[in-house]
Design a protein around this ligand. Structure first.
Ligand code: ADP
Length: 257
């Protein structure tokens, strides 16, 4: 891949061809590098739960047979790590399939506010104590219901993870030229210098902190992929210590794909 064609000054057919060829090689190289990084980041992420599981298996092996308490603690921890690994692998598979374009959107007409209500109910069950409110109007869109629900799950789950125990989360559904979803929280916020990167794969603002919250840094990159595949955009505004607001815009009329 190191070979590039010589480009001479003249603007003839051959020179243009050589330039095109060189550009193609550049893009190919870049894509290999990206793929490489994805695989090494993914392996790195999988290593952590695997070594935790190994540690607990050793513990069970040594003391678990005679000590009921150790046995229960070990099984519980292994279960938790396995579930996390399962969810990580599912996310990786989703992104890999997205990359080779083997995910087809299954569009249907549905009400955004209705599915938001469903996700709010789920989130309230998982995070007791959070004040989650939903406002706005009923908006029908033609989209992949499962995937849009996933976007809402990712945004609400983050809002819940990064707010205090009795944090406030507000969801608003509405429409103008496009349908919109706003998810606003009064949590810890995101530093300005991190904002440009939060939609990148594996990017986490505070790795130590989000390890406690079970973060992988993949949620927002998946949300962005889904929204853009629908011809929409996702954006964020945030202030440290005040809170964060994500906005998703989706076309009302399906003229994308
Ligand atoms: P994670 O699984 O770590 O939450 P995401 O891709 O969903 O990964 O988010 C990337 C990072 O963006 C998070 O690690 C967190 O630092 C930051 N982030 C996302 N949503 C919020 C939010 N509502 N409030 C504060 N920080 C957030």
């Amino acid at each position: 891949l190191n070979k590039r064609l010589k480009v001479y000054g003249e603007e003839d057919e051959l020179t243009r061809l050589a330039k095109t060829f060189n550009d193609m090689l550049d893009r190919l190289e870049e894509s290999f590098a990206r793929q490489n990084r994805f695989v090494s980041d993914a392996s790195h992420e999988l290593r952590t739960p695997i070594s935790v599981i190994k540690g607990y298996i050793d513990m069970l092996d040594r003391w678990g047979k005679d000590d009921r308490e150790v046995l229960e603690e070990g099984i519980k921890a292994i279960k938790k790590e396995t579930l996390e690994m399962e969810s990580l692998v599912e996310k990786l598979l989703f992104l890999a399939k997205g990359d080779d374009r083997s995910i087809k959107l299954e569009r249907e007409s549905f009400d955004l506010k209705e599915i938001a209500e469903e996700v709010v109910r789920e989130i309230k069950l998982i995070y007791e104590g959070k004040n989650v409110s939903l406002k706005g109007e009923n908006v029908r869109i033609n989209a992949d219901k499962k995937l849009i629900k996933e976007v809402l799950r990712i945004l609400l789950d983050n809002a819940a993870k990064y707010t205090s125990k009795n944090g406030n989360i507000e969801i608003e559904i509405g429409s103008g030229d496009e349908a919109y979803i706003k998810v606003k929280d009064d949590g810890i916020g995101i530093p300005e210098e991190d904002l440009p990167y939060i939609f990148e794969r594996f990017y986490r603002v505070d790795k130590a902190r989000s390890k406690d919250t079970g973060g992988t840094g993949l949620g927002l990159s998946i949300a962005k992929w889904i929204v853009e595949e629908h011809g929409g955009v996702i954006g964020v505004k945030s202030e440290v210590g005040k809170g964060t607001e994500f906005t998703v815009m989706l076309p009302l009329i399906n003229d994308s794909k």
